[in-house]
Design a protein around this ligand. Sequence first.
Ligand code: AMP
Ligand code: MG
Length: 319
Amino acid sequence: MTDRLVADAAGIARAADLLRGGALVAFGTETVYGLGADATNAKAVAAVFAAKGRPSFNPLICHYADAGAAFADVVPNDAARSLAQAFWPGPLTLVLPRRANSSVALLTGAGLDSLAVRIPSHPTASALLRAVGRPVAAPSANRSGHVSPTTADHVVEGLAGRIAAVLDSGPCVVGVESTVLDLTGPPTLLRPGGIAREALEAVLGPLGTAAAGAAFRSPGLLASHYAPTLPVRLNATEVAGDEALLAFGPPLPGAAAAFQLSEAGDTDEAATNLFSGLRTLDTAGARLGLRGIAAMAVPDAGLGLAINDRLRRAAAPRG
Ligand code: AMP
Ligand code: MG
């Protein structure tokens, strides 16, 4: 059984006890729901991979209550300190050299000599991390390859019976995962996410983007990911009567079902709605026997970069 915990003081205390005891607890953050485990407990971390059905041991992001705690496990450089100042707490993950004396289990970082660290800004996540008092490893709380969860209901749909509890803090505000930036060499964007590239460049100057070989350095960068059951078609300029429409701005006419990401064409609002939209259309598509989801184009600016990254993976050939 998976307990549903209300995000009040008692629920947070219960979730923290479960995590400290080695159990798996999903919790809301500003990005998406994370599937948490005590990052210092290799057995608990292994259970995360099993619950998600992850095909391999991709490195997990470690979550902390504050930058001081994070920098006790990794070695910060000047760029990391500036970015922490500007964007933490918030949806930015930094990959930095792991400290030799870090108590984080090797499995959490998939045996790499670097570690990905983040300080969530959501007050419930923050209170939970303070109560646990240890780093919490947390990938998105969904079955591997599926659409990330932005509500406690989404978590239960995918992981009921596989995890001890979900701490329900309501729908996620940002809606896409954190931006992952590698700072072990020249700053390199590994995954676009909740902090826009433009915002990072305002602090750091021009950024490199992970190119060939990045999938090795960041194994989570798999082509097919975030995938609904229905096939997804990108940059739709017309839509058929047996398709579902993922709309951005004025919707194309003629779809059997439609979900509006942002009527006003706002990429922040669209990011918030993205994963709910894919799930809603998937459900409607199954009910109505539709052949696929047609997604309208979203500009690459701001959080559009993260949205397009997720949509491209949702549309990629399934492995
Ligand atoms: P998720 O599991 O959905 O939270 O995604 C975590 C992302 O961070 C994946 O793309 C991982 O491959 C990436 N990541 C985590 N740790 C590292 C690391 N040490 N080096 C490079 N990428 C990492
Ligand atoms: Mg994920």
